[in-house]
Design a protein around this ligand. Sequence first.
Ligand SMILES: Nc1nc2c(ncn2[C@@H]2O[C@H](COP(=O)(O)OP(=O)(O)OP(=O)(O)O)[C@@H](O)[C@H]2O)c(=O)[nH]1
Length: 365
Amino acid sequence: MFAMRKHYNRDFKNSSFDYGAEEPEVQSPSSSDKPRILLMGLRRSGKSSIQKVVFHKMSPNETLFLESTNKIYKDDVSSTSFVQFQIWDFPGQVDFFDPTFDSEMIFKGTGALIFVIDAQDDYVEALSRLHLTVSRAFRVNPNINFEVFIHKVDGLSDDHKIETHRDIHQRANDDLADANLEKVHLSFYLTSIYDHSIFEAFSKVVQKLIPQLPTLENLLNIFISHSGIEKAFLFDVVSKIYIATDSSPVDMASYELCCDMIDVVIDVSCIYGSDGSGCAYDKESLATIKLNNTTVLYLKEVTKFLALVCILREESFERKGLIDYNFHCFRKAIHEIFEVGGVSSLLSEKRNSSLKFAALNGSIL
Ligand SMILES: Nc1nc2c(ncn2[C@@H]2O[C@H](COP(=O)(O)OP(=O)(O)OP(=O)(O)O)[C@@H](O)[C@H]2O)c(=O)[nH]1
């Protein structure tokens, strides 16, 4: 069964969504809180491709025709995405010693620095550039999250991937230790624009920048345990970044399934959506997909930018009324978190007064 209630309309060419503005919407972090994410790395390592594929729906093959970036490209994705940040795509060879390179200004307002290393190339030069970049940035702002994307791993065998990951991890940390910078923490991800790994990695990077993450995870845990749901992801629809999930482990296949569901919902709506309102996604957006292995995928709108995608067994879906009731509580809580601009108030009386999930046995908690 495939049920869908909202028409979507997407301009494939520009790949821009219009979410409409039918209700006073949840406020995303204010501009002063906007974290900045920097994409750095050697020339042709894949920085612009990552940004275009994740945030602008460019197909991976099209990135073959991207021209080299010559100056810093600042992309503000906040108008289409829940996650209010700017992505700064740097040209390949940033010269830190150039007097026009203002490291204070650049690194001060940065939340995460993603350093992209082309794993299909010799990475010795990339490692020394990583070291230079990280030590510079750390000196200006020790709070930056340093994220290393070991990129283009689609061309590598599984063994080669593991070995490359180990080698880069070892060498990068040795370089830091030699410079007495053991305090710097680097996180490593194996990525490729040709599969979901780039979305997964970006999700992790973004999650670290969301102060409300523990609260969101808590809410998801309560929601799934009271509704008989196996896994739930809170997705930023436009980028397919999941901004939170429950605390059960994420398996890549489930994540891919949910990403694919978002694509199907959006694409089918683009083709058959004909209400002419130009609304791609709104509060009535909802879809159910029953797979032939007794699994059900259930998608519902949470906010202008966010959708909840759940994976559950067919027999649990028989209690749809309960799921919908709990979803209503969950949605309300999410709106409260972001409307009141913080977690603390939700955790106090407000949450106790308004959050009453129903348990599987029917009692109200
Ligand atoms: N195989 C493979 N190729 C990729 C991947 N990501 C990017 N590329 C290719 O790498 C080449 C360079 O990509 P760009 O995104 O232009 O690289 P860049 O780092 O922005 O380059 P500069 O702007 O010169 O700094 C393009 O031909 C992309 O198609 C990937 O995950 N796998």
